[in-house]
Ligand binder design. Structure first.
Ligand SMILES: [Fe+2]
Length: 473
């Protein structure tokens, strides 16, 4: 690393404070609730994240920690809290050795064993299973419900070849799972589709000019949306770590649309202004247009923990905050034109929508509002954007509190896209006490109607999901 501070100090950003891992698997039923849990909210929130079991070896980044799932189950007003390691092969190797046996993604090539599938990034419920996914791509790990015990990997009855990445999307109409897998070697990108019956039904290579960092994807009723962002992978760069991220901010971002229904149709590429993006909100078809909303990283803002900008660094390397704004692209399928605009000047991350609308036009998008005076992603509020009216609501977290990705949950018997609750973990960084907040989506600014005090700190998480009560039995 070329930023200030020793490698240990760099790594400690994600080993201390609120990020410090927790070692115990907890099940707790006797929980204090401030307020009242709504009776029309029944099911379970599960969220994945990094929680290194052993002190890491060289090159540790936030992305490298072993997966741990935290869950809050609610049944008729009664909550149950659980935390469980995801018991991957790599974690078993470490436990057998009594120490970390892999190096981190920021280690230099040749420093040691890499690419441990920590299954720490995302969770989807598909094919009757809760699956933990890893952002670099690998076989999903199946977790039991409601107890969240690791059952092993699930490879869609041996039809999944080459794994899949986090941010797979489920079409609520067809119940298919859409996913990408990527590689530093050709072919650099595939899109895939899995049926809810547990079979891979499509695995199509996407022609890219070289290896690109991939993270998220989108679906509409007509298209699978993929990217050729100018965040390259260059392993020959002097001093490069094993992630190899290099931003070419003079190259355009290309947005590719893969026809869902015509397997022979060529990918349609649209050029947009240079950027990278970790996370999309949603996409939809609208007349001649494909519309995409996400948290766009405009430029190479590289801020270290002292607030210094290091223009020579890769844009994204797991160590640094990245500054992204809510953003909309409209791709005209008839003319090829791209119209893009920033929705707001707030810094945001972890955009989510009502998953029932993920492919067909979500009006409301929920995004964590990121503080700009911290070296890592710390949310001090949650923003709800009305993409039709332009209105913005805000749920504020108290001083010294940090919130994580939130999830929209339709309430039982509700109607309308935003008739429900926004739920998620919030941690007080003063005493490291974590809570689970339940806030009505239509009255976000009024704050939570229930705060469930948790018996264990929940370190900052990546991605999660609400599971309705029907899938828990
Ligand atoms: Fe992600």
């Amino acid at each position: 690393m070329t930023t200030g501070g020793s490698p240990l100090e760099q790594a400690s950003l994600y080993l201390g404070g609120v990020y410090a891992p927790v070692m115990d698997e907890v099940t707790a039923t006797d929980l204090t609730v401030i307020g009242e849990i709504p009776r029309d909210l029944n099911g379970m929130f599960v969220q994945n994240g990094a929680n290194p079991r052993f002190h890491p070896n060289a090159g540790h980044s936030w992305f490298d920690g072993d997966g741990m799932v935290h869950g809050v189950q609610i049944d008729d007003g009664k909550p149950v809290f659980r935390s469980r390691w995801i018991k991957t092969e790599g974690l078993a190797e470490d436990i057998a050795a009594g120490h970390a046996t892999y190096v981190g993604s920021l280690a230099k090539p040749g420093a040691g064993k890499r690419h441990k599938n920590v299954a720490n990034t995302d969770l989807v419920y598909h094919s009757g299973r809760l699956l933990a996914l890893w952002w670099e791509g690998g076989d999903p790990h199946e977790l039991s419900l409601p107890d969240l015990q690791t059952r092993g990997t699930f490879t869609y009855n041996n039809t999944l070849k080459g794994g899949l990445t986090s941010h797979a999307k489920i079409d609520p109409k067809t119940e298919e799972l859409f996913f990408i897998s990527w590689s530093p070697r050709p072919p650099f990108l595939h899109v895939g589709v899995a049926s809810n019956a547990g079979q891979i039904t499509r695995h199509t290579p996407i022609d890219l000019p070289g290896p690109r960092v991939q993270h998220d994807m989108a679906i509409s009723d007509r298209f699978i949306c993929v990217f050729d962002f100018p965040l390259m992978m260059d392993f020959k760069r002097p001093g490069q770590d094993t992630l190899g991220f290099v931003l070419n901010d003079e190259a355009p971002a290309r947005i590719g649309l893969v026809d869902r229904h015509d397997l022979d149709a060529p990918v349609r590429w649209f050029e947009a202004s240079p950027c990278f993006m970790w996370h999309l909100s949603s996409a939809w078809d609208e007349g001649d247009e494909f519309v995409l909303v996400g948290a766009r990283i405009a430029g190479a803002t590289r801020v270290d923990k002292r607030g210094q900008v290091h223009a020579d660094l890769p844009l994204v390397d797991g160590e640094h905050r990245f500054d992204s704004h809510p953003y909309m692209w409209r791709l005209n399928l008839r003319t090829g034109a791209v119209v893009e605009r920033q929705i707001d000047d707030a810094f945001v991350e972890f955009p989510r929508v009502n998953d029932a609308n993920i492919a067909s036009g979500a009006r409301y998008s929920y995004m964590a509002q990121i503080k700009t005076d911290e070296p890592t992603l710390m949310a001090n509020g949650l923003l709800k954007y009305d993409l039709v009216s332009g209105a913005r609501d805000r749920l504020a977290f108290p001083d010294h509190h940090v919130g994580y990705e939130a999830c929209f949950v339709p309430r039982d018997g509700g109607s309308g896209e935003d008739d429900g609750y926004v739920v998620g973990f919030v941690t007080n960084r003063t005493d490291m006490a974590s809570e689970f907040w339940i806030t009505p989506s239509r009255a976000l600014a009024d704050g939570p109607v229930a705060r469930i005090r948790l018996p264990q700190k929940v370190p900052p998480k990546f991605h999660g999901r609400w599971l309705p009560a029907s899938v828990l039995s």
